[in-house]
Design a protein around this ligand. Structure first.
Ligand SMILES: [Zn+2]
Length: 139
């Protein structure tokens, strides 16, 4: 496992994707215009709390794998908890077959994970392409 730290102390961290949620606590919430979109994030468990860092540019993962010190900038983000999907590449990516990002199940019936794809991503596809998404569509 990768050594991950927050303020220099060991923490649990993993790369995920999730849907961004609005956060009424912050009038100037930086990610408000992103609410409802799926983003790459880092989930951090530290000091009995779980929080999320934006990782769309890799800054979140960079921070926790470089000691988690304040000198690495980060952007906290609020998400819909039931939309979390771990990031795990599929066997096609391991065998270096170019393909686009997709969701898949490591074993039938397991929770879906997200594969970033490999090399040139395929053309953008509508989000409703994934039939196993059931949350937040009706409301
Ligand atoms: Zn894949």
């Amino acid at each position: 496992m990768t050594d991950t730290r927050w303020n220099g102390e060991p923490c649990q961290a993993r790369r995920i994707t999730a849907l961004v949620a609005d956060d009424a606590r912050f009038p100037a919430y930086w990610a408000r215009h992103l609410a409802g979109t799926r983003r790459h994030l880092v989930e951090v468990e530290y000091g009995g709390e779980t929080f999320y860092l934006d990782d769309e540019d890799g800054s979140g993962w960079h921070k926790v794998t470089h000691g988690g010190s304040p000198r690495w900038a980060h952007s906290n983000i609020t998400i819909k908890p039931d939309s979390i999907q771990p990031v795990l590449t599929c066997s096609s990516a391991h065998f270096l077959h170019p393909h686009g990002p997709h969701s898949w199940e490591p074993q039938p019936g397991m929770d879906p994970v997200y594969c970033e794809g490999y090399s040139q991503p395929a053309a953008p596809q509508p989000a409703k392409a994934h039939a196993n998404r059931t949350d937040d569509m009706a409301s």
